[in-house]
Design a protein around this ligand. Sequence first.
Ligand SMILES: Nc1ncnc2c1ncn2[C@@H]1O[C@H](COP(=O)(O)OP(=O)(O)OP(=O)(O)O)[C@@H](O)[C@H]1O
Ligand SMILES: [Mg+2]
Length: 590
Amino acid sequence: MNADLSRYRDLLARYVVIQRRGVALLAVLLAANIGLQLAGPQLLRRFIDGALRGEARSTLIALAVVFLVLAVITQIVAVGETYVAENVGWTATNKLRSDLALHCLRLDMAFHNARTPGELIERIDGDVSKLGNFFSRFVVHVFGNGLLFAGVLILLWRIHWLAGAVLTAFGLLSLLVLLRLRRVGAPRWNAARQASAELFGFIKERLAGTEDIRANGATEYTMRSLHVLARNLLRRERIAGFFGSLTGSTTVLLFALGTVLSLTLGAYLLSVGAISLGTVFLMYTYTELLTRPIEQITRQMQDLQQAAASIGRVQALFDARGSIEEGDATLPSSGALSVELNGVTFDYFGGRPVLRDVSFVLRRGETLGLLGRTGSGKTTITRLLCRLYDPQEGTIRLGDTDVRDIQTASLRSRVGVVTQDIQLFRASLRDNLTLFDTRIADAEMIRVLDELELGDWYRALPRGLDTLLDHGSGLSAGEAQLLAFARVFLSDPGLVILDEASSRLDPATERRLDHAVARVLEGRTGIIIAHRLSTVQRVETIMVLENGQVVEFGSRAALAAEPTSRFAGLLRTGLEEPAQNRQKTPVESS
Ligand SMILES: Nc1ncnc2c1ncn2[C@@H]1O[C@H](COP(=O)(O)OP(=O)(O)OP(=O)(O)O)[C@@H](O)[C@H]1O
Ligand SMILES: [Mg+2]
């Protein structure tokens, strides 16, 4: 609990207390609200007793007018309070959301691979939303309602000690009972939220894979899993709902008991002449008023319990550390970069090594053709070069600097990658080309598009660079690749890695791509993971990977001339897409 308390304090200090003006205003409005709520009934008592005593009509009218004015002011204050509280709450949660999102973006791929997007969304948005109430209301409300509770009781004691004693006992009992009920109910609500998060995550993931699911006839299986999750949610919601309504009914009953108590007591005290009729009414109103803080306080406590779970999860996310540590060296901002791998051994999650003792050197400006059957570790090498992961053994050097010593931002700005499946963002063509780097001029983009023979395509777009692109929106695979080349061009890296898409393209697009590859590689070091022969025909050096090991490395011409080499074998049998015909992979049969 102590650790919890300091955690709450930290969060409140970092996101709420920092908004000094909002918090101060909130406190003032709250105090005003409480004062007004306590003052209203006092006026009513004076009005009733005055009317019974036959006081002048003008006094009564004045009292009524003041009462009405107070009622209006109370509402205005309440609206203002809600407004300020929402502001404080949303400012705090938005800041927390962006802190969390930034934190996640900085974490490495090992972290992201271990979590579904749905899970992260639930953390960054779902849990944080639940904290909104904690941030905006909790302290102020518990404190404020505590004051109101105490204030009402003090006023009741001042009316008559019996009224004070009975209603204090009633107030405390109600608080205890409701707190207890809510404590029992809260874990049920959490379980229901968890079930909903699971269902949500599942749907999200399956929707993303709709095409594969349909293509592979996994529809039935998916629907079955969906039913299981939905049924689980139903069960959890039912239990939680039951506890919710149980708490609701108990509250209503308890408060009815309070009304009965205060009216009976009032009637008795009136009959013995201890209090006036106006005071009976005052007692009744105060008892009603007493139920408000009771309800609020127990509700806040329940919220706190839910918030505690969310705070725990949010904190755990903040505590997640990437395995990648930032270096502080920077790479030269222009010119080709040399590449050196030395005894690199790597596995993803402590399983079978995906790369074993891989060593090779690329001089500045040299181009390497990387071949190997599917799963041999080609893409993995590119990930290590971008430092999405660190190898368990061995070193990787770029431009003579160990990648572990280089700032990741500097490293990634100097390494351009065209991946196997191009990600297009739902954004304008301009943003897709520059990846939101506003320093790049439009003219530059158009020049690059022209250079990559995308000029005609571009000019046919209805809104030019402002055209909204979508995941692959009507773009052919080849065009998407060309756009990715344009991205690389614009970022001007010193090392270009092309992980060719393994799908076949039509000859015209292939020709355009070959041309683009040649242009992109000019004056840069390059690694081409080739799935087509035409691409490797231009490179100087060839490396063949097999099961994560380098089995062949040398100049293309020499390897091609050597009839027993794997590369020569590939040239004879063709470099067909290995994934489609794994059994007859040329590399394997040679
Ligand atoms: N994110 C990951 N987590 C765990 N294992 C992975 C991950 N990515 C790849 N692997 C495994 O690492 C091995 C090498 O994969 P890699 O993607 O490097 O192959 P590849 O040579 O690029 O294949 P392809 O020609 O099909 O693109 C495979 O056995 C694969 O299952
Ligand atoms: Mg690959």
